[in-house]
Write a protein that binds this ligand. Structure first.
Ligand code: HMG
Ligand code: MG
Length: 288
C-alpha cells in the first residue's frame, strides 16, 4: 500500500443513523449500505448490536447485517457493548466488532450504564471471544477532548483508556471527539500526549463536526502518522447520549480534501455522490 494511502472508515449507517429519532426502514438502510459497498470503501460500520431499549434505531441490526449484499473487499463492522451483542453479531456473520469506551466517567455512565473500570471488565470477555472466533476487534474512546456532561477531558485519561483497549487486543483505536468541538490545538495537545506512547498509525480519527473544525482536525492528525479517519456519508448523525452533537465529518468533503492534498483513498467520488444523493431523499430530522 502506498504511503500516501488513507483509509476512510464509513460509519454513516451506524453513527449516522443511530441519532435519527424517526426509525428508518430496514430496506432503506440496506440500500444505502449496498450503494456504499460500490464506492471502493474497505470498511463500513454497518450497525450496532446494542440494547434496542437504549437505541431503538439499531433494533434491526440482525436483519441489516444478514440482508446486505457482501462485497469481498469490504469489512462489515458493528458496535458491540457486551457479550450478548457480540454473540448476536457473530451469528449475523459480522467481520469486525468495536468495543466502545469513554475517557469521561459521566459519558460512560450515560452511554453504557457503567463506570470506565466496569466497562473494561465488561469488554475483556468480549474482546477475548471475538479474537478467538477470528473476528477483528476495534476500539473507540469517546470524549477525547470534551464531554457533554463534565467539560474538558485530560489527554492522560484518553491514553489510559486507549492502553486498556490495545491490551485487550484491539488492532486500532478510534479517538472520538463525540461532541465535535475540538480545535486543532486540542487535537495537537491530545496527540502530543498519546503518540509518544502508542504509534499514531494505530489510531483512527473520529471527528464529529458540530463546530465545523473536523476537516482541520484531520489535517492536524496526519503529521502524527494517523492514516484512518471515520466519516459519515452526508455528515449524518451524532450520538443520542451526546445532546446537540452533530454528525461525523462528511465523507465526500473529506475525500475531496484528501485527494486535493495528494492523498489516495481508492474511493470513487462519483459513486459517493450517488450514495449521498440517496440519503438526501430521506426525511431525516436528527434527535434534537
Ligand atoms: P443496561 O440497561 O445496563 O443492560 O444497558 P442490561 O444488561 O441490564 O440489559 C437491559 C436490557 O437490554 C435487557 O433486556 C437486555 O437483554 C437487553 P430485558 O431483559 O430488559 O428485556 N440487552 C440487549 N439487547 C440486545 N443487544 C444487546 C443487549 N444488551 C442488553 N447487546 C447496555 C447496558 C450497554 C446494553 C446499554 O447501555 C446500551 O445498549 N448502550 C448502547 C448505547 C449506544 O449505542 N450509544 C451510541 C453508540 S456510542 C457512540 O455513538 C460514540 C462513538 O460514535 C464514538 C464517539 O463519537 O465518541 C462510538
Ligand atoms: Mg461518534
Amino acid at each position: 500500500m502506498s504511503d500516501r494511502f488513507i483509509t476512510v472508515y464509513e460509519v454513516g449507517p451506524r453513527d449516522g443513523l443511530q441519532n435519527e429519532a424517526t426509525v428508518i426502514p430496514t430496506a432503506d438502510k440496506i440500500a444505502l449500505i449496498n450503494m456504499l459497498s460500490e464506492t471502493g470503501l474497505s470498511k463500513i460500520e454497518t450497525t450496532s448490536f446494542v440494547s434496542p431499549k437504549w437505541v431503538p434505531q439499531m433494533g434491526d441490526a440482525v436483519d441489516v447485517m444478514q440482508s446486505i449484499k457482501r462485497y469481498k473487499n469490504v469489512t462489515y463492522a458493528a458496535l458491540v457493548p457486551n457479550l450478548k451483542g457480540l454473540d448476536a453479531a457473530i451469528k449475523a456473520d459480522v467481520d469486525e466488532v468495536a468495543i466502545f469506551g469513554s475517557a469521561s466517567e459521566s459519558f460512560s455512565q450515560k452511554n453504557i450504564n457503567c463506570s470506565i473500570a466496569e466497562s473494561f471488565e465488561r469488554f475483556k470477555p468480549v474482546a477475548k471471544k471475538a479474537i478467538a472466533q477470528g473476528v477483528k476487534l476495534r476500539g473507540y474512546v469517546s470524549c477525547v477532548v470534551a464531554c457533554p456532561y463534565e467539560g474538558s477531558i485530560a489527554p492522560q485519561a484518553v491514553l489510559d483508556v486507549a492502553n486498556a483497549l490495545f491490551d485487550m487486543g484491539c488492532y486500532e483505536v478510534s479517538l472520538g471527539d463525540t461532541i465535535g468541538i475540538a480545535t486543532e490545538a486540542d487535537v495537537a495537545r491530545l496527540l502530543d500526549t498519546v503518540t509518544p506512547h502508542i504509534s499514531g498509525s494505530l489510531f483512527a480519527g473520529h471527528f464529529h463536526d458540530t463546530k465545523g473544525n473536523a476537516l482541520e482536525n484531520v489535517q492536524t492528525s496526519l503529521p502524527y502518522g494517523m492514516r484512518t479517519f471515520d466519516s459519515a456519508i452526508g455528515g449524518l448523525g451524532g450520538c443520542p447520549y451526546a445532546p446537540g452533537a452533530k454528525g461525523n465529518v462528511s465523507t465526500v468533503p473529506l475525500v475531496e480534501m484528501l485527494h486535493s492534498a495528494g492523498w489516495e483513498t481508492g474511493l470513487n467520488i462519483e459513486k459517493l455522490y450517488e450514495a449521498q444523493a440517496l440519503i438526501s431523499l430521506w426525511s431525516l430530522g436528527g434527535h434534537d
